[in-house]
Design a protein around this ligand. Structure first.
Ligand code: ADP
Ligand code: MG
Length: 250
């Protein structure tokens, strides 16, 4: 795990250089990313915004090693992950990053604890009960380990998904519209949780959001349009974000 942090010493947790991602070929070709370069400083919270179809999810997936860019490179510390063979990348992804989705993506037949343990089990590891308990405590779900997702509210289900993403103690947490399916109050609880992970645990967090208020929790906001980063705001107010976004037609 320390292999890359020691090599770089730059304090950059992840970065992308000249990322291109094309889907399909010929006439039906879609250029989802058209040359994106970003660096995520360790221990910071970045929001990614932009109109629907601007490439936000594609960027997140490429940065998280869940999708391969057509051209360009992705680095986690000193390791160029976009060049790694799939098996090695899968291992590294498991150890170094976590991912949270808008739709929670929990297994309904499993208990909360089993959901949190699942990524480790799939990797052939013996479940670490203490780690699971700590992860559930961290997201405010103490005592819910034996519940099923269907017995929990939407906000609680997203907390389970966050615990699942955090149980491996990743350096970077990626979240694609994590509050998109939640009401405002519940959404803010989730955002506060992500923010606390950055402030208290020094984690790096990247979140796609449509909500300028949500973006207000971030240190920096990247604005995407048509597969390119077109603007960057540092510690903006929700009003500033909203204004910039409306100019992009988002
Ligand atoms: P956003 O998250 O900003 O809404 P996406 O990254 O999901 O945007 O998509 C960017 C563009 O790439 C869109 O035009 C979308 O239709 C296209 N796209 C995304 N995924 C695929 C795919 N698997 N196959 C073909 N086109 C895709
Ligand atoms: Mg998306």
């Amino acid at each position: 795990m320390a292999e890359t942090t020691t090599k770089t010493g730059t304090g950059i947790a992840a970065r992308a250089e000249d990322l291109h991602r094309e889907y399909g070929r010929g006439a039906a070709d879609v250029h989802a990313l058209r040359g994106v370069s970003v660096a995520l400083a360790a221990g910071t919270f970045t929001a990614v915004m932009g109109p629907s179809g601007s490439g936000k999810t594609t960027l997140l997936h490429c940065l998280a090693g869940m999708d391969r860019p057509t051209r360009g490179s992705v680095w986690w510390g000193g390791t160029e992950i976009s060049r790694l063979p799939e098996r090695r990348l899968a291992e590294l992804r498991r150890d170094r990053v976590g991912f949270v989705f808008q739709a929670f993506n929990l297994m309904p037949a499993m208990t909360v604890a089993q959901n949190v343990e699942l990524p480790g089990r799939l990797a052939g590891k013996r479940p670490d009960r203490d780690r699971v308990t700590v992860a559930l405590d961290r997201v405010g779900l103490t005592g819910r380990a034996r519940h099923r997702p269907g017995q929990l509210s939407g906000g609680q289900q997203q907390r389970v998904a966050i615990a699942r993403a955090l149980v491996s103690r990743p350096e970077v947490l990626f979240a694609d519209e994590p509050t998109g399916a939640l009401d405002r109050t519940t959404g803010h609880e989730i955002l506060a949780l992500l923010r606390a992970g950055v402030d208290r645990d020094g984690r790096t967090c990247v979140m796609v959001t449509h909500d300028p208020v949500a973006a207000g929790y971030a240190d920096r906001v990247l604005l995407l349009a048509d597969g390119l980063v077109v603007d960057e705001l540092v510690r903006p107010s929700a009003a500033q974000v909203g204004e910039r976004l409306s100019r992009l037609g988002g």
